[in-house]
Write a protein that binds this ligand. Structure first.
Ligand SMILES: O=c1ccn([C@@H]2O[C@H](COP(=O)(O)O)[C@@H](O)[C@H]2O)c(=O)[nH]1
Length: 308
């Protein structure tokens, strides 16, 4: 889908088409999650971090930029987890902005993991914060994870940002954590699990947002740790890009996610955060080299499992 935005001369390219281009060009569906924790940083950076929030934020920024440099050849996107930056207040948010801009400059798509969602008037502000150009500045991220619990009107501002600005969203459908079953697996009166109902909504929300490659800019989050849901999610949302967290530290493997790729090589993206960015803890290599090596290994395994 190439749509002329209201407020600019050049047409915007749909997020799903940008994903397809990047996957084809780089031959990878790996997303590296940026979940920077002070206590897990390499010693050379942890030293700076104990001096207070500005120093801690500077350490996170240096670490994430180093990881971006190391994994850029092997990943299609990074997924900064907003929580780790927000925990450091304004300094952390500035670091998040700097890391997102750096990753874009390195040719990576940026998926902000913010899991936002609220009544429409508030969701409007979330969409502006993450997905819309900020004056003369580009938008913070190419896509955002969103929480659909408040329903259709809470999604509208995010969908508008996708249409007008070529952004993407990944809607939480079936999450990777153990507690995901408490609400998402609850059975509705017609026998459908809640997550399966949400998958139907994702399909509806994304129907008018198909790119030229046939996929929608309204994607879905489905945990790699729930392999039985992956095939069903794929069938329920054939045109949604599925973002799969849970590989690595949460125990899932690339083989577990193979069924997500039946709609095409760019129909699913696989996230790994801790197992890549802290790979140095299990290695004799420098932290950047260890992250790069683990990203290369994982990307090749995912590509093979996807079978395209
Ligand atoms: O269902 C979900 C949704 C989001 N996440 C996030 O992904 C990463 C996973 O990190 P790992 O270190 O690879 O386990 C993290 O930021 C989560 O908040 C998820 O795990 N599951």
């Amino acid at each position: 889908m190439t749509v002329p935005p209201d407020d600019a001369a050049a047409p915007v390219v749909a997020f799903s088409d940008r994903v397809a281009d990047a996957v084809e060009r780089k031959r990878t569906q790996l997303v590296v999650g940026l979940d920077p924790r002070i206590d897990l940083l390499p010693m050379e950076l942890r030293g700076e971090a104990v001096l207070g929030r500005p120093s801690a934020a500077a350490a996170l920024e240096r670490f994430c930029k180093g990881i971006v440099d190391a994994v850029a050849p092997y990943a299609v996107a990074v997924k900064p987890q907003a929580a780790f930056f927000e925990a450091l207040g304004a300094d952390g948010w500035a670091a998040l902005e700097a890391v997102c801009a750096y990753a874009s400059g390195a040719g990576l798509l940026v998926i902000a993991d913010g899991k936002r969602g609220d009544i429409g008037s508030t969701a409007r502000a979330y969409a502006a914060a993450f997905l819309e150009p900020r004056g003369s500045e580009p938008r913070l991220a190419d896509a955002l994870t969103v929480n659909p619990y408040l329903g259709s009107d809470s999604m509208d501002p995010f969908l508008a940002a996708c249409r007008r600005h070529g952004a993407g969203v990944f809607v939480l459908v079936r999450t990777s954590n153990r507690g995901g079953r408490d609400i998402q697996d609850a059975i509705l009166s017609d026998g459908t699990p809640v997550w399966r109902h949400v998958a139907g909504l994702v399909r509806e929300w994304g129907e008018d947002m198909l790119g030229e490659r046939g996929m929608s800019s309204v994607g879905a989050v489905v945990g790699a740790t729930v392999p039985r849901a992956i095939g069903e999610a794929r069938r329920a949302m054939p045109q949604a890009i599925i973002l799969l967290p849970g590989v690595g530290a949460q125990g899932a493997t690339p083989a577990d996610v193979a069924r997500a790729f039946t709609s095409g090589p760019a129909s699913a993206l696989v996230n790994a955060s801790r197992s890549v960015i802290y790979a140095y803890r299990e290695s004799d290599d420098d932290w950047r080299a260890a992250a790069g090596a683990e990203a290369a290994r994982l990307a090749a395994e995912i590509w093979a499992a996807a079978g395209w």
